[in-house]
Ligand binder design. Structure first.
Ligand SMILES: [Fe+2]
Length: 220
């Protein structure tokens, strides 16, 4: 096929999601801290956040205090949320060019951490479709996957390879419109999205823990 026609697909209406990588040493620090918490029944009970969440998830622990105290993590969250905001604003001015941030970088947006929690999921746990209220952005960082998860994912052809996956759902279904975006959990991968966006997490069967950290953010 010739490229002479200057063919380009533009996506001016799609909601957007930003992806980043958590520093590996930060993932290790967070896992150490969470491992200390989950072995203590009193800490688990004090941090139980399940009443506030939609999921059928074994362990959901409020983690807002640790997030706010961990400067390496707050710096990361602020950087990602600011960049997402700048790029989305620039895309409005520059016709879907999401790479430009320079015109707004001087404006130091203040980002507020509203709530954060840890989801330790085991085989059979899932999160039904939901969205997050009381914030502008939602985010997730993957901290651990079960040891045999890769094999399970690779073998999961019958369910379109969704085992243990996070899936974003847009309301439209039509030619040229992608209305599902499926994210495989990979340790260190981090995603941030507008909090109104529906999403769910599919169950898996492998023994072990699928650990993620969720953080709700707002512009202060
Ligand atoms: Fe969620």
């Amino acid at each position: 096929m010739s490229n002479d026609y200057d063919l380009r697909i533009v996506a001016p209406f799609s909601p957007t999601i930003i992806k980043a990588s958590l520093p590996p040493d930060l993932v290790e620090r967070l896992n150490q801290r969470i491992d200390e918490i989950v072995v203590r029944k009193d800490e688990v009970a004090a941090r139980d956040w399940s009443a506030h969440l939609a999921g059928a998830v074994s362990t959901e622990l409020r983690f807002t205090d640790v997030i706010r105290e961990t400067a390496q993590l707050t710096d990361f969250l602020y950087d990602v949320a600011r960049t997402f905001t700048y790029r989305c604003e620039n895309a409005l001015m520059h016709y879907s060019d999401y790479e430009r941030t320079e015109e707004l970088e001087a404006r130091k947006l203040r980002i507020e951490i509203k709530e954060g929690w840890i989801n330790d999921m085991v085989a059979g746990d899932y999160n039904p479709a939901h969205f997050h209220q009381g914030c502008l952005y939602s985010s997730v960082g993957f901290l651990r996957v079960p040891p045999a998860y890769e094999e399970e994912f690779a073998a999961d052809k019958a369910r379109q390879n969704t085992a243990g996956c996070l899936q974003f759902i847009d309301s439209r279904s039509a030619v040229g419109v992608k209305n599902l975006f499926t994210v495989k959990p990979v340790v260190g991968d981090f995603y941030l999205w507008p909090s109104w966006m529906l999403h769910c997490v599919y169950p898996f069967r492998s023994p072990g823990v699928r650990r993620s950290m969720a953080v709700n953010l707002a512009l202060a």
